[in-house]
Design a protein around this ligand. Sequence first.
Ligand SMILES: Cc1cc2nc3c(=O)[nH]c(=O)nc-3n(C[C@H](O)[C@H](O)[C@H](O)COP(=O)(O)OP(=O)(O)OC[C@H]3O[C@@H](n4cnc5c(N)ncnc54)[C@H](O)[C@@H]3O)c2cc1C
Length: 415
Amino acid sequence: MTDPIAARQRRRVLVSGASIAGPTIAYWLDRFGFDVKVIEQAGAVRGGGSPIDVRGPAVDVADRMGILPGLKDAHIHAKRITFLRPDGSVAGTIHPEEITGGVEDHDIELPRGDLTELLYGLTRNGSVRYAFNESIAALDDDGAGVTVDFQSGASERYDVVIGADGLHSNTRRLLFGPEVPFSHYLGYCYNGFTMPNFLGLSHESLTYTTPGRYAILSAVKDSPTLHAFLIFASEDLPFPRHQDDASQRRLVAEKFEGIGWEVPKLVEAIQQADDLYFDVVSQIHLDRWSNGRVVLVGDSAFAPSFLSGQGSSLAMIGAYILAGELATRNNPADAFAAYEKLMRPYALANQNLAGDGGDFLLPLTQEKVDMRNKALAGLSSSDARAMPGETSREVHSSLQLPDYMGLRKAAESMW
Ligand SMILES: Cc1cc2nc3c(=O)[nH]c(=O)nc-3n(C[C@H](O)[C@H](O)[C@H](O)COP(=O)(O)OP(=O)(O)OC[C@H]3O[C@@H](n4cnc5c(N)ncnc54)[C@H](O)[C@@H]3O)c2cc1C
């Protein structure tokens, strides 16, 4: 039976966002003895999305959570990426790890929805409470705690509030204002969707490149469905903040008008897709990740963009560190400072990887396309160092995960 006094004294934490960072921090805070509630704007945990990577210390976080076997089962074991020229001929084929910097037999690539399902499955039946169709309307931090008004009309008091609500974070907006000064647009617009595997691809991706227009098809194992991406470059933000799906489908059709290979089939498929996910490609850079008793983690604090391939790994690692610091420091301010001290250099180094990835995967000019294709051709001989994977690998593993279990104090006796 729960001790009513201890239960009353447990520190209460609200987490906004139930994707990768949210359930990860909920798991660790729950394990450290905090009373945790997670709210999510959508009606359920949002599955879908293309395969994402769990690398370096994020694999250890998953291991410490006991979900590594599940991740390994879902590992897609991609075997090759083939780069195509504008006429559809093959410019080169490489193993994905040569550009991603993944480490064979350690790092894992799995469908994003499988990861969210594993994280949610781990926390949903424990003492973590989830509330869907919910969002924070207002935050009032008086120094001793935070009063949260919800969109549903409810009002509750918490010791700490954590924003894990992604690139366009609502918590960040309430804490620091509109995202414009923090959002660094990287010059591309991303459209992801699924379509039938009309090319019979297996364990592989095809990347079709013309300067400023890119089509990628990716087969998860032998799935009859392909993950398709139509990405275009645009100097200015290509659409208003709340672009609707129909307008986006029209915009993509315009941008890819007249582009060759199988691209017209992708443009046709995007018109029918019921799982279109689109956004600008951007990063979040903030001078500080917390204010008072409210703190940010994951994409809301340090989104690296898909060009770095590190969004999910950073979200898991940041969540683990923030939870660990909250469990071992004497007050939230000290915990937030320690979290930032440890995580910021690592997050920044990983954000910096996006530049290399962009030049290789999405070259902007014909000259850069030619350079990339030359490097690909050189690979069959000896020029593997031209691949961005070499640098990335060092950066992915450049953080040593602390072990907080031994340092932990009981959450009910702190602060
Ligand atoms: C549906 C979806 C599909 C994605 N597909 C891809 C992909 O194909 N490739 C890729 O590289 N990355 C994709 N991402 C982004 C990727 O998940 C993140 O970059 C990364 O994993 C970091 O995770 P995060 O938990 O910090 O943020 P996110 O994964 O972005 O999660 C943020 C969560 O907060 C929720 N949320 C937003 N606003 C509010 C609010 N006001 N109140 C409560 N909750 C809110 C969102 O619904 C979401 O569940 C996708 C994200 C989503 C949500």
